[in-house]
Design a protein around this ligand. Structure first.
Ligand SMILES: [Mg+2]
Length: 229
């Protein structure tokens, strides 16, 4: 199924050798709100069955969500989640430390397994793949630059079934700096072996993606993700 927009896009000239994508909310949408309830239910069962603890699901989820929204250290993965945010949730739900130390990691595993399943059944898979394949057929170099962690970025691309289509994947964790620092795009240009003026960067954030790319001398396209219904 190829949409009208894609068919039209196929006929338009794309003046750039290298089409580079942001990951979060461009290629892949944030799964947290979709997953937290079901992971919360499993966490309650796990706490009860394996640890003999009654976990207050709402308190746990509220505090975990808040930690996810408010905490932002470099290269943190909000999509595949980080254990410290789950620990905040368990702590605020008054779970004892000797339980939290194990339960937190097990909840993270449940979350990441559910995230993998979500991407393996993502309704955007086909259209995403077709779009990228069209660009490849037109001889474009394809790459990803993400502010995320390396293992998370590469796993997400694999789970959604498009990792084989990219010539390069570069993460901020690998290079030690994040977008919107224009140096990210300069380093990428060298890493990809493509002049900066040949790069078109596609991302959903006007500052991190568009301004950052423009300051480095690349072209940029602001992607507007569909609004959640
Ligand atoms: Mg993004």
């Amino acid at each position: 199924m190829v949409s009208q927009e894609l068919r039209r896009a196929e006929d338009m000239p794309l003046r750039g050798e290298s089409i580079v994508f942001d990951l979060g909310n461009t290629l892949i949408f944030d799964p947290f709100d979709q997953l937290k309830e079901v992971v919360g239910d499993e966490a309650v069962g796990l706490a009860r069955n394996d640890f003999g603890v009654e976990l207050d699901k709402q308190k746990f989820l509220d505090a975990w969500s808040r930690a996810n929204d408010e905490t932002n250290w470099q290269f943190a993965s909000h999509f595949s989640q980080e254990e410290p945010w789950i620990q905040v949730g368990l702590k605020e739900a008054s779970v004892a430390e000797e339980v939290r130390i194990l339960l937190g990691l097990q909840i993270l595993v449940i979350y990441r397994r559910k995230f993998k399943e979500l991407l393996e059944h993502d309704p955007r898979r086909l259209e995403l793949r077709e779009t990228l394949e069209q660009l490849k057929r037109r001889g474009k170099h394809l790459a990803v630059i993400s502010n995320d962690r390396s293992f998370a970025t590469k796993s997400m691309l694999t789970w959604i079934g498009i990792s084989d289509l990219f010539d390069h994947v570069m993460t901020s964790e690998e290079i030690g700096i994040e977008k919107p620092d224009p140096k990210v795009f300069e380093i990428a240009s060298k890493f990809f072996g493509k002049p900066i003026s040949d790069i078109i960067y596609v991302g959903d954030d006007p500052v991190r993606d568009v301004d950052g790319a423009h300051k480095a001398g690349a072209k940029a396209i602001l992607y507007m993700p569909p609004k959640a219904s």
